[in-house]
Design a binder for this molecule. Structure first.
Ligand SMILES: [Zn+2]
Length: 234
């Protein structure tokens, strides 16, 4: 990873997402009240409020043949991530982050040959630039249930909530979650907050400590999110 990036969501963002998800307003911004009324994790939310949660930066590419590169680009007020999953000189493009040039530049600088594109969901901060990349490399979005990249099997996991048809992609020890999970927080439950929480639980219950690559903000791990995600209240 090239540089440290900030958490996508601060205390106020998390409160706002839970409020709109539950369709109510908190009676006070006092931490105990917020967590009780919005069913959030007190310890985790306190740490985020105190700006003490920074997911550890692991070297998840160490001596491995399957690698991940993050491409982070500015999109309006914030930043959005897309990723390259790399094996030898081949790669898969995961989301196109609204900026075809940045994606192409990264692929060219690493001298990779992209095989196909995967999309976590259809919002245009993640899919913008898609047509340009498709045309430039003559590749398409892979919509198959069974995804094969080199000798690796990728699993498509349905994670509705942020959108109805949001998906996550799991391969080896990596999990690409789009706008389902952000370090310490979740994407917005713009399709269904209830389903978003269910999808989040489903991911947390996976019995392996995957590296999580979100659509916004820093990468994290399942273990770290079990402990530090404000929405994990189980
Ligand atoms: Zn989105």
């Amino acid at each position: 990873m090239d540089f440290k990036i900030e958490l996508e969501d601060e205390f106020e963002d998390i409160v706002g997402k839970a409020e709109s998800g539950l369709g109510k307003k908190v009676t006070s911004l006092e931490l105990n009240v917020v967590c009780k009324e919005l069913n959030l994790n007190l310890k985790a939310l306190k740490k985020i409020k105190d700006k003490k949660y920074f997911p550890e930066e692991y070297n998840f590419n160490s001596d491995d043949d399957l690698k991940v590169e993050r491409i982070q680009v500015k999109f309006y007020e914030g930043f959005v991530n897309s990723y390259l999953l790399i094996k030898d000189n081949k790669c898969v493009v995961i989301d196109t982050c609204g900026d075809a040039d940045s994606v192409i530049e990264k692929i060219e600088s690493l001298r990779l040959k992209p095989e196909f594109i995967l999309l976590t969901h259809g919002h245009n901060d993640h899919t913008g630039g898609l047509g340009v990349i498709e045309d430039f490399y003559k590749i398409r979005v892979n919509k198959k249930e069974e995804i094969k990249f080199q000798n690796c099997k990728m699993i498509r996991i349905s994670v509705p909530g942020h959108t109805n048809d949001s998906v996550a992609f799991c391969v080896d020890k990596f999990l690409f979650v789009g706008d389902l999970i952000f370090a310490g927080s979740l994407g917005s439950g713009s399709f269904s907050y209830k389903k978003l929480l269910e999808s989040f639980k489903k991911i947390l219950s996976l019995n392996k400590d995957y590296f999580i690559f979100p659509g916004h903000g820093p990468s994290t791990t399942i273990e770290q999110e079990r402990e530090n995600n404000a929405f994990n209240n189980s």
